[in-house]
Each structure stands twice: as C-alpha cells, then as structure tokens.
Design a protein around this ligand. Structure first.
Ligand code: KIV
Length: 272
C-alpha cells in the first residue's frame, strides 16, 4: 500500500532547512495537470516545468525552440495540479539572454501569469547581473550550472562539464558568484561527483544534482525518463523506475482488440 503522510507546503525555507539538517531535496519535472498531480501527491519537494518539454513533450531535437508562451501554458496546468510542492518555471532560450529587462519581464510572467514561485536560468557568471536584478524584484532564482542544454551549440553537444583542474575551479567560482548574486539554489548538471560535492560544501544555498553524483543536497530527473515514456534516449545519469510506454501500449492494444472483437462496450458500459 502507498503510504500517505500529511504534507506541508514547500517553500524556500523548507529547502534551506533540509540542507542544514542533511535531508535530501527531491525534484522532478512535470508539464501537465495529471502528471503534476501524481508528482505532488508523491511528496516531491519541487516541480520544475522544465524546458525539456521541448524534447519529451513536443518531440523536438533540443530545448532551443520552446517559447515563453508555451512555457507559461504548461506552467499554468502544473500550477492547477500542485498543492504542496514548490513550482519553478524554467526560462526558455532567449527569454533572458539578451538583457536584464527581458529577464525580469519574462521571469515575472512565470510568477504573475502562471503562479510559479521561482524561476530557473541556465548559465554561469555572465548571468550574475540578471540573477541580482531578479532577486531585487522578489523573483527567486535557481541557477543551472555545468551542462546547460541551451548552450548545446557552444559546448558541441551534451558533454560532461568541469573536468580538469581549471574547468573545475571555474565552475566552483561560478557557483559562489551566483550565490553571491542572490540565487537561492544551484542546479548542477553533468559534472564529476567530487566537484559537485565540493561545490555543495562551499555554498550555503541548496544544490540539486542531475548527473552530479550523490553528494548534492537534492536530486532532479526528467519525469518522462523516470516513467519510461520517453524512449528516444536515456542519459547515463537517469534511471527508469517503470516502463509506461510498454504499459500504455498494452492498454491501448487491448482496447483496440476489444473494439474489433465486439467485446467493448459491453452491457456494463451501455445505457438501457
Ligand atoms: O528542463 C529540464 O528538465 C531541466 C533538467 C535539468 C531537469 O532543466
């Protein structure tokens, strides 16, 4: 039986408390109402309306094409479903890169139109002025460092970051700089676990890892990887906990066969 414990609203304070007490923070993506309901009911701390929706929902090659309006559309659905988790909106490519004003206006849309409680931005120290401006506008920011998929063309693909002493030192400095600029949390993607551990120990804000080993303050995965419903590829750092693609295929095939064989609808599903 699935254990049900009364849950409390997750806020920034919850995340800081978890870090200080050594409790682990859990985070998953969600993009629509039914899945966001399940994620929230499971007691996950943070629901990220990730720009990964470009790939796992829209079927695109990478995350670059998804637009601000599309992100808001999905964030609204997630917001309606979630009672306890913190909802974070992921700023899509070109919604914040060009100027501080773009960053504030678009981040503000996540809070004002979609009811998100924070935003996430990808990048390093070049983001510091935007992180500072957002924090001053009362928009909490999670800074995403390491492998930043929106920079796929600059990085030459989805590649591990922070390997080698110089790159590791640079990432550590970026983490500290973004904390100093006001980021309330750091998402660390695809870096060696010893480096993620060092960053986690060096900053006072919570770190959430994906492909960054077990020593971060929390872990995030893309929901469609966890559920096994995105089959194009599975990153080395992800884990499938079920195979929803196969289960769905089984159910849909059964429906098709029932209709074709005259088994569905039966009297039970019919009106007298
Ligand atoms: O968009 C996304 O899903 C992400 C992952 C790192 C969780 O940013």
């Amino acid at each position: 039986m699935i254990k049900s414990t009364p849950m409390q609203k997750v806020t920034i304070n919850t995340l800081f408390r978890k870090k200080s007490e050594g409790g682990k923070i859990t985070m998953l993506t969600a993009y629509d109402y039914p899945f966001a309901r399940v994620v929230d009911e499971a007691g996950i701390d943070i629901v990220l309306v990730g720009d990964s929706l470009a790939m796992v929902v829209q079927g695109l090659e990478n995350t670059l094409p998804v637009t601000m309006d599309e992100m808001i559309y999905h964030a609204k659905m997630v917001r309606r479903a979630v009672s306890n988790a913190m909802v974070i909106g992921d700023m899509p490519f070109m919604s914040y890169q060009a100027s501080v004003e773009d960053a504030v206006r678009n981040a503000g849309r996540f809070l004002k139109e979609a009811g998100a409680e924070a935003v996430k931005l990808e990048g390093g120290l070049e983001l510091a002025d935007k992180v500072r401006a957002l924090s001053r506008s009362d928009i909490p920011v999670m800074a995403h460092i390491g492998l930043t998929p929106q920079a796929i063309h600059r990085m030459g693909g989805f590649k591990i970051q922070g390997r080698g002493e110089e790159a590791a030192q640079r990432l550590l400095e970026e983490a500290k700089g973004l904390e100093e600029a006001g980021a309330f949390a750091l998402l660390i993607e695809a870096v060696p676990m010893a480096l993620a551990q060092k960053i986690t120990k060096s900053v006072s804000v919570p770190t959430i890892g994906i492909g960054a080993g077990p020593h971060c303050d929390g872990q995030v995965l893309v929901l469609h990887d966890v559920l096994g419903i995105f089959e194009r590829f599975l990153p080395k750092f992800a884990k499938r906990y079920t195979n929803l693609k196969e289960e769905s295929l089984r159910a849909i095939t059964a429906f098709k066969e029932d209709v074709e064989n005259g088994v569905f609808p039966s009297e039970e599903q019919s009106f007298k």
